[in-house]
Design a protein around this ligand. Structure first.
Ligand code: SAH
Ligand code: SF4
Length: 368
């Protein structure tokens, strides 16, 4: 058979350019220095990207025209296209963004009294396979780059209309952040940069299902963010049934790794504990949790299970969750019951999942 002769393909210039938001400040400084630019230019670019949150190089008016052109030749701005937006009665907004390859991720903007919290995704899907979580059903599609993580905060901050600032970022969306360690680390650095969002380490929370070697690395490399550990069970049998990661690293190994996290006087590790009726919510489990966490400088975040279509579990009543909490409080353990935001729009913990590139968009309201 004759081979088909294809016309020569024009190179797509966008595909050759890098995402400028993947770069930390020092990396951008190096790139600029290699082109004869002064280091303070990198700081200016960061301010345009993360403080003014511009969507074109042309708008970076404190830079010369030629530098703007150089940047535009080397980079794109890593904008992600919003494909869906739904607003909850409690004021939280869930966004779906389409990435350059058509994959979709979700981000949630949540109002607090004085500020906003953004919940970001770190992967498309997740490899960890927890049996109670909607994201798990997707499997791991791919990691997000640092720029794809940071862009979620940029886009969410742009959507704020009441003048309050985005003060907290929680890495609790789709994906296991510590399974994407290098990109998480770069994203934290970018978000913390004084010339970027300038978020303090205390305002950043990374949630992990318990990847022990990665927790050790987190401790060793001194990552600056709060760590939240999803415990979700007080004995290995239950936890292993819910979270396959426990078959590899059990509760004792997990808690050992947590003890290695350097603790200065403000630092408190958070243990997340999802309350599933008849499975993890026995009052006896509360007593076991107290014993398990004895001696830890920590707090416990009790999360009543968020159901989603087809979900296998259900939450306990609020009264029961509070009775569980009371046992912890009475024994000196800091404990809160998280009333998840955005439940009515499937934006709460463990309800995030996007089908692949052919997903139809549901639950949208016009972006405004
Ligand atoms: N992968 C990370 C972060 C994302 S999940 C982790 O597992 O920690 C964030 C939190 O939501 C975790 O504590 C997880 O246990 C919890 N979660 C997952 N599915 C849930 C659901 N359906 N209802 C309530 N919490 C859930
Ligand atoms: Fe992944 Fe976290 Fe969901 Fe487990 S709970 S599947 S680690 S996103």
């Amino acid at each position: 058979m004759e081979p088909l002769s294809l016309p020569p393909q024009a190179a797509d210039p966008a595909a050759l350019r890098a995402n400028i938001k993947d770069l930390t400040l020092p990396a951008l400084g190096d790139w600029l220095a290699a082109r004869g630019e002064k280091p303070f230019r990198a700081r200016q670019v960061f301010q345009w990207l993360y403080q003014h949150r511009v969507a074109s190089f042309d708008t970076m008016t404190s830079l010369s025209k030629s530098l703007r052109a150089t940047l535009a030749e080397g980079f794109h701005l890593g904008e992600a296209e919003p494909v869906a937006r739904s607003e909850s009665a409690d004021g939280s907004v869930k966004f779906a963004f389409a990435l350059a390859d058509g994959r979709q991720i979700e981000t949630v903007l949540m109002p607090n009294l004085t500020h906003y919290t953004v919940c970001v995704s770190t992967q498309v899907g997740c490899a960890m396979g927890c049996d109670f979580c909607a994201t798990a059903k997707m499997g791991l599609v791919r990691n997000l780059s640092p720029g794809e993580i940071v862009q979620q905060v940029v886009a969410a901050a742009r959507a704020v209309q009441d003048g309050k600032i985005v003060r907290n970022v929680v890495f609790m969306g789709m994906g296991e952040p510590l399974h994407n360690f290098d990109n998480l680390k770069a994203a934290l650095e970018i978000l913390q940069s004084d010339h970027g969002f300038g978020l303090s380490a205390r305002r950043l929370t990374v949630s992990t299902s318990g990847l022990v070697p990665a927790i050790r690395r987190y401790a060793r490399e001194g990552l600056r963010a709060n760590l939240a550990v999803s415990l979700n069970g007080v004995d290995d049998a239950v936890r292993a049934r819910l979270m396959p990661v426990n078959r590899r690293w059990n509760i004792a190994a997990l808690l050992d790794a947590c003890r290695e996290i350097p603790s200065h006087h403000r630092y408190r590790i958070t243990f997340e504990y999802v309350l599933m009726a008849g499975l993890t919510d026995a009052l006896e489990d509360a007593h076991r949790l107290v014993r398990l966490l004895h001696g830890f400088k920590c707090k416990v975040n009790l999360i009543p299970y968020n159901a989603y279509p087809g979900s296998p579990y259900r939450p306990p009543s609020l009264e029961h969750a509070q009775a569980f909490q009371r046992i912890l409080l009475d024994r000196g353990l800091l404990a809160t019951v998280r009333i998840s935001k955005g439940q009515d729009i499937q934006a709460a913990c463990g309800q995030l999942a996007r089908a692949g590139r052919t997903a139809s968009v549901t639950a949208t309201t016009p972006a405004g």
